[in-house]
Write a protein that binds this ligand. Structure first.
Ligand SMILES: C[S@@+](CC[C@H](N)C(=O)[O-])C[C@H]1O[C@@H](n2cnc3c(N)ncnc32)[C@H](O)[C@@H]1O
Length: 303
């Protein structure tokens, strides 16, 4: 499905939705970077803490050299920290946010002159291919940030299976997984009092306007984020502040006041459940590192 068809299909369902991958135009990527600096947004801070506390052990288990591949690399900040630990020969950054990716990769090349760095614009929700010259031996897929949480369990399994397929028997996956925790901490992380997450959520409408020629007015939509304990996920929605008629090239939809567009899920796992998911994808968890409060886990898994 092309982006236009996919977006219009989501907007015209009874329960409207927009895939979270459309958050990431250049403005959305910059807003996400701001989110990672917010005190309430613990995932980045805690994952960095785990990498600092356990970096030597992580590097020792992975070994130096080889190739690091990061799907959804964003600003490549975590890649830089990992590459400083494992000193790969090659780093491949994949992301859907083209301009932001090229900028991040340019920064990484300057910071790590000894590493050959490649950028691949790819949508992880579909099959993707790596450049043909990426060596097969000793690949490490690095998937931090709990980005896997944006996929419902079936799609997470499909993605993990695709990531597993990138690896030979000597390869490994290092993945960041957000754990189920106190609901107040979860809700605060996705509804910060500075309104950055709200701006990030609303910005998806600007991106959609450009992609399908729609006339969403971001000021008419309220950010909503809450933990859905039954589904074990944070949900983000945009809620219509009034009755709104949205038009796009070739179609329209009426939203009544209070109606919502579902924009993101962020699944939170119990460690055993995620290990079981890895196993179903053909990966065996060999090591897990957490912070002392057990809020976040980095798991190393092998085919
Ligand atoms: C939550 S951010 C994580 C960024 C970084 N890895 C980190 O841990 O800070 C998700 C990243 O994945 C990218 N992304 C989201 N959906 C994607 C998709 N379907 N295909 C490729 N990249 C995607 C975004 O552009 C963004 O850079």
């Amino acid at each position: 499905m092309n982006p236009q068809t996919e977006i219009i299909d989501g907007l015209t369902q009874t329960a409207a939705s927009i895939s979270p991958k459309y958050f990431y135009d250049a403005a959305g990527s910059a807003l996400f970077e701001q989110i990672t600096r917010l005190p309430a947004y613990y995932p980045t801070r805690v994952e960095r803490q785990i990498m600092t506390m356990h970096g030597a052990d992580i590097a020792q288990r992975i070994g130096t050299g080889g190739t690091v591949i990061e799907p959804g690399a964003g600003n490549c900040e975590k890649a830089r920290a990992l590459c400083e630990l494992v000193r790969p020969e090659r780093f491949v950054a994949l992301d859907i946010s083209e301009d932001f990716l090229h900028q991040a990769v340019a920064g990484l090349r300057a910071a790590l002159p000894g590493v050959r760095v490649s950028a691949v614009v790819a949508d992880l929700t579909h099959a993707f291919v790596l450049p043909g010259d990426v060596p097969m031996p000793r690949r490490l897929v690095f998937y931090p940030g709990s980005s896997i949480g944006n996929f419902d369990p079936l799609h997470a399994l499909a993605l993990l299976t695709r990531l597993r397929a990138l690896l030979d028997t000597d390869g490994a996956l290092l993945i960041g997984v957000d754990m189920v925790k106190d609901e107040a901490a979860l809700n605060a992380a996705y509804d910060d009092d500075q309104g950055v997450t709200a701006a990030f959520n609303r910005n998806v409408l600007n991106h959609v306007n450009r992609l399908i020629g729609s006339n969403f007015d971001t000021a008419q939509w309220k950010h909503r984020a809450f933990f859905n304990a039954t589904a074990s996920r944070i949900e983000m929605h945009l809620e219509a502040c009034a009755d709104i008629r949205v038009q796009w090239t070739g179609g329209e939809r009426h939203f009544v006041r209070g109606e919502r567009i579902h924009t993101e899920n962020s699944y939170k796992y119990r460690a055993d459940d995620f290990v079981a998911l890895l196993r179903r994808a053909g990966l065996t968890q060999t090591q897990v590192w957490t912070n002392p409060a057990n809020w976040f886990a980095m798991m190393l898994a092998r085919p």
